[in-house]
Design a protein around this ligand. Structure first.
Ligand SMILES: [Zn+2]
Length: 316
C-alpha cells in the first residue's frame, strides 16, 4: 500500500497558469455511459433536475464523481457509532484510489489488483493473492486495523468491492483525452475570463496565447518528490464543508518558451521596420439579423394581441 500520504503530500507552491488548482477532472473516471453517469448523479444529488445535476458537474471542476460517490458511501457507514473506525480510514482509502489510478497506467488488471489489496491492507495483511500486486509497498505502519469477519469489515469491503464500483475502478486512467480537453478549456478561461468583454482583435490574441501556452504545458507530468514518489496536494474547497476535500495531482512547473519566441519575433520586426496589420474584425453577428423599424414591431405586437383576444373570446 502507499505511504505518500505520510511523506509527500505537503502543500506545494505550484503556480498553475490555468489559474485554478489542477484538480483531477471528472473525466478521470469516465463512467461507462451517460446512463451510468446519471445513476451516479441521482445518488449524489437525489431529486435534482438533470440540468442541475449537469450544472454541478460542469461548474465544479473539483467534483470527482467516483471519489465523491465513494466518500459518501464511506461517510454514511462511518456515521454509525459502531462503525466509527471507518472514519479513521476514509482518507487513506480515498488516497489509495488516486494512487491506483496514478500508478497503474490505465492497466485494468493492475488497477483491480491494487484496489483489491486495500481489503487486505486494512486488516493488517500486506501480502496479496494476486501476483500482479503481491505485496504492499509501504514500510511498517502503526494504526488501528480492522478485524476480518466483523460486521464493520464486511460492510466496508462490500462497498470497496461492489461490482459496480470495481467496474469503475478498472477504467481509471490519468491520461484521458477528455481531461486534456477540459484542461484546454481552463487555459482559455484563464487568458480570456468570461466576466470581461474583449474586442475582436484582443480576443483572437488571447485565444492564440492560450493555445501556445497549452501546447507547451498541456502534457506536463506529475511532479515527483524524494525517491520518485508522485506528489499530491489536498484541497479543502469551501463547498465541501467540514471534512470534505479533494486530492490534486501536483504537476511539474510550467515553462514559458513561447514568450521568449514571441519576444524574439517582436524585436526582429522592430529592427527590420516590419509593420503588422491586425486582422479586420468581421461584422457583429447581430448585423446578420433583420432590423425592422420600431413602428413595425409595435404594429406586429398589437396585431398579435388582437388575434389572441379574438381567440380567447371564441373559447369562452
Ligand atoms: Zn499494506
Amino acid at each position: 500500500m502507499v505511504m505518500e500520504e505520510e511523506s509527500d503530500c505537503d502543500s506545494s507552491d505550484d503556480s498553475d497558469m490555468t489559474g485554478e488548482p489542477d484538480s483531477v477532472d471528472p473525466e478521470w473516471f469516465p463512467p461507462e455511459d451517460i446512463e451510468e453517469e446519471d445513476d451516479y448523479m441521482e445518488e449524489l444529488l437525489p431529486g435534482a433536475s438533470p440540468q442541475h445535476q449537469k450544472y454541478v458537474v460542469d461548474e465544479e471542476r473539483l467534483l470527482n464523481l467516483f471519489t465523491i460517490y465513494l466518500q459518501k458511501k464511506l461517510a454514511k457507514l462511518a456515521g454509525l457509532k459502531k462503525f466509527a473506525l471507518v472514519a479513521e480510514w476514509m482518507r487513506s482509502i480515498l488516497y489509495h484510489l488516486y494512487w491506483c489510478a496514478a500508478t497503474s497506467e490505465g492497466d485494468a488488471d493492475m488497477l483491480e489488483a491494487r484496489w483489491k489489496s486495500m481489503c487486505n491492507h486494512i486488516a493488517n495483511i500486506h501480502v496479496h493473492e494476486n501476483p500482479l500486486f503481491a505485496k504492499c509497498k509501504h514500510g511498517p505502519i502503526k494504526r488501528k486495523w480492522f478485524e476480518p469477519g466483523t460486521e464493520v469489515y464486511e460492510k466496508l469491503t462490500d462497498i470497496l468491492l461492489s461490482k459496480r464500483f470495481m467496474k469503475s475502478v478498472r477504467k481509471l486512467s490519468p491520461d484521458s483525452q477528455t481531461s486534456s480537453l477540459e484542461g484546454y478549456h481552463a487555459t482559455i478561461i484563464y487568458f480570456a475570463p468570461k466576466m470581461y468583454h474583449f474586442g475582436y482583435a484582443t480576443m483572437i490574441s488571447r485565444l492564440q496565447l492560450a493555445a501556445l501556452h497549452f501546447n507547451e504545458n498541456g502534457g506536463r507530468d506529475q511532479a515527483k518528490g524524494k525517491h520518485g514518489v508522485l506528489q499530491f496536494n489536498i484541497a479543502y474547497p469551501k463547498y465541501k464543508k467540514m471534512d470534505g476535500y479533494s486530492l490534486k495531482r501536483v504537476l511539474t512547473k510550467c515553462t514559458f518558451g513561447y514568450v521568449r519566441e514571441l519576444q524574439t519575433e517582436l524585436y526582429q520586426m522592430v529592427r527590420t521596420g516590419t509593420t503588422f496589420e491586425p486582422e479586420k474584425a468581421p461584422p457583429p453577428l447581430s448585423s446578420l439579423y433583420q432590423h425592422p423599424s420600431k413602428q413595425e414591431v409595435i404594429e406586429q405586437h398589437k396585431e398579435l394581441h388582437r388575434y389572441k383576444e379574438k381567440m380567447d373570446k371564441r373559447l369562452t
